[in-house]
Design a protein around this ligand. Structure first.
Ligand code: MN
Length: 240
């Protein structure tokens, strides 16, 4: 019996009780779990204060983005899981079959996951150039850090409308890509699939209060707060 069948059977044995969803292969980071009825995922706390990324990302943007936008995705994801009877399916499996999911699962599941990666991609102690294994891999894959930065900034700037730019690890090395809306590279619908190491949110809600239409200024500011320790952790986790 495969893991999914086992989980489903366990759910039946539990007579409808919520079964903790495992995330096999740890392709997806450990997700915060809630315990209230019908609540599978909870809004993760930030590792820093809303004003900690000033002046690069302003406090009001951070507060609204986290406490309203991300909270909304989390709430709607839980509701969609409940109405679809999908609480026992891992988020990784949902993404692998995103093309077959209801839009509410794809959009809000992506919104839940992407923002978690994004908050952790940022740190008030961030910026500079990456060291460690990911620093070496970036130089090997892109020629230099500056070339990678240029490519990533361009992917973020040229993503039409709302979406994300990503650095992902694939079987053939590191790749820069972007996705529309709340899609991500773990989804089967993504042009470039891979394991996300670094994310930038280029929805207008991520920058409009401070930067208005100047998305490229926001992208430039982002580099001052990139949490390279987190990117290194993800890289090493993906390598296993
Ligand atoms: Mn966002």
């Amino acid at each position: 019996m495969d893991k999914r069948t086992f989980l489903k059977n366990s759910a039946i044995l539990a007579l409808g009780g919520t079964v903790a969803t495992s995330l096999p292969g740890s392709l997806v980071s450990a997700m915060a779990k809630g315990s209230a009825a019908g609540e599978t995922y909870t809004l993760p706390k930030l590792d820093y204060a809303y004003d900690a990324l000033e002046p690069h990302i302003d406090a009001m943007t951070m507060e609204i983005h986290h406490s309203k936008h991300h909270a909304g995705y989390t709430r709607k994801f839980n509701a969609a899981l409940e109405s679809g009877g999908l609480q026992e399916t891992s988020i990784k499996d949902l993404f692998k079959k995103a093309s077959k999911q209801p839009a509410a699962i794809r959009n809000n599941g992506g919104g839940f996951y992407n923002h978690e990666v994004f908050w952790k991609s940022l740190s008030p102690k961030g910026g500079g150039t990456p060291g460690g294994d990911v620093g070496k891999a970036i130089e090997k894959n892109f020629g230099s850090f500056d070339k990678f930065r240029e490519l990533f900034s361009k992917a973020a700037a040229t993503r039409f409308g709302s979406g994300w730019a990503w650095l992902v690890k694939t079987n053939s090395g590191l790749v820069v890509t972007s996705t529309p809306n709340q899609d991500n590279p773990l989804m089967d619908v993504a042009d470039q699939q891979g394991y996300p190491l670094l994310a930038i949110d280029v929805w207008e809600h991520a920058y409009y209060l401070k930067y208005q239409n100047r998305r490229t200024e926001y992208i430039e500011a982002f580099w001052n707060v990139v949490n390279w320790d987190f990117v290194n952790e993800r890289f090493n986790k993906a390598a296993k």
